[in-house]
Design a protein around this ligand. Structure first.
Ligand SMILES: NC(=O)c1ccc[n+]([C@@H]2O[C@H](COP(=O)([O-])OP(=O)(O)OC[C@H]3O[C@@H](n4cnc5c(N)ncnc54)[C@H](OP(=O)(O)O)[C@@H]3O)[C@@H](O)[C@H]2O)c1
Length: 325
């Protein structure tokens, strides 16, 4: 599809969710070239008016016949909802970019981080999967490190913000801070939640997503990677502690140079905390060599899960489709 010469018609399904709202901000901030914009939600939020680039758009309940004149659709809905709309993809010309986990591991569907593997989007591609939030910030760093030295194994522990669980969870959290909502796990003033999602054997859903998606995006199906995922009472931005073993002894200056040269990565020298929410960058801190092993490093990766981990990745895919395909 050659969209280069004209502005496109775009749709955002799930416009009223946490990721959806971030999509709207980014459409404006990056001056995304759209002609018409259609906003959809469930029946619950239909009728809401949301402002983008100075104009108000009324959110409509998503119906299949509303899909007709749309060139690019961003889905920021649950996996269950996204799956329901797959039949539309065959019927209409629309290119869909889906934020849910519904299609990420399907063989013929590209799982894309544009800085790493946009070449997997072909002229004929109609459905593209956006990876999991924790995966995106991790692979953006791993991709640079892989250009320095071969990786033997990766062990990542996550500290994931509440916004990663969507608007209902975030609202519940805010209510808990006022002592109001006793529903679900009392994460406020309590211990952390030691897993994210249901278990499949000894590993929870979020851990499997990081492991499987990282292997697919980096095209390394035998990569030795393990993950432990934890929910923390932080409103927004995920933090990950990474212990990484290279195949050979490494030169830490070479690693720092490579990270410093990567435009979307920020290597912090200081241990002072930085405010990450609302930024479009991935922050690396506490980079250091292991005390006993010459081929092992440790570092922390922090990024805005709603932006880097979701909406910004989708918007960048959309931009590249418009300008390159
Ligand atoms: N939050 C993150 O950090 C993050 C990161 C990466 C990926 N994701 C994925 O992105 C997706 C959205 O996450 P989120 O955190 O934004 O969730 P959310 O805050 O719960 O928002 C869900 C959105 O989906 C809409 N929706 C629900 N049922 C619908 C239907 N039948 N038809 C159309 N729209 C419907 C909701 O509309 P109403 O307002 O009407 O309820 C709302 O706009 C999920 O698949 C999630 O796993 C999230």
């Amino acid at each position: 599809m050659n969209l280069q010469s004209k502005k496109v018609n775009i749709a955002l399904v799930g416009a009223t969710g946490l990721v959806g709202i971030e999509f709207l901000k980014l459409l404006e901030e990056r001056d995304f070239p759209f002609n018409n914009l259609y906003l959809f939600s469930s029946q619950k939020s239909a009728g809401l008016k949301l402002k983008v680039k100075g104009k108000f758009y009324t959110v409509k309940e998503f119906k299949r016949d509303l899909f007709k004149n749309i060139d690019i659709a961003f889905f920021a809905t649950s996996a269950e909802e996204s799956k329901k709309y797959t039949s539309l993809i065959k019927e209409f010309k629309t290119i869909s970019i889906d934020n849910s986990s519904a299609f990420r591991l399907k063989k013929d569907i590209p799982l894309v981080v544009p800085e790493i593997n946009f070449e997997n989007v072909k002229k004929t591609t109609k459905l593209i999967a956006n990876p999991n939030c924790s995966t995106i910030q991790l692979v953006l760093v791993l991709n640079t490190l892989l250009q320095v030295e071969q990786i033997e194994s990766i062990n990542v522990s996550t500290y994931q913000a509440i916004s990663g669980a969507g608007k209902d969870a975030l609202n519940r959290f805010f209510e808990q801070t006022k002592g109001k909502n006793k529903e679900g796990y009392p994460i406020f003033f309590n211990n952390l939640i030691q897993h994210i999602g249901n278990f499949k054997g000894k590993w929870c859903e979020e851990e499997n997503k990081i492991i499987d998606e990282t292997r697919k995006i980096l095209n390394k199906k035998n990569l030795k990677i393990s993950a432990t995922t934890i929910r923390v009472p932080v409103v927004n931005s995920h933090t990950e502690v990474v212990n990484l073993e290279f195949k050979n002894r490494i030169n830490i200056s070479k690693i720092k140079n490579a990270l410093n040269k990567t435009p979307y990565l920020v290597l912090l020298d200081e241990t002072d905390p930085v405010s990450v929410s609302g930024t479009n960058l991935v922050f690396i801190s506490r980079l250091r060599k292991d005390k006993f092993r010459d081929n092992v490093i440790h570092f922390i990766v922090t990024a805005d899960n709603l932006r880097i981990g979701a909406a910004l990745n989708g918007i960048k895919i959309g931009e590249r489709i418009i300008y390159e395909k």
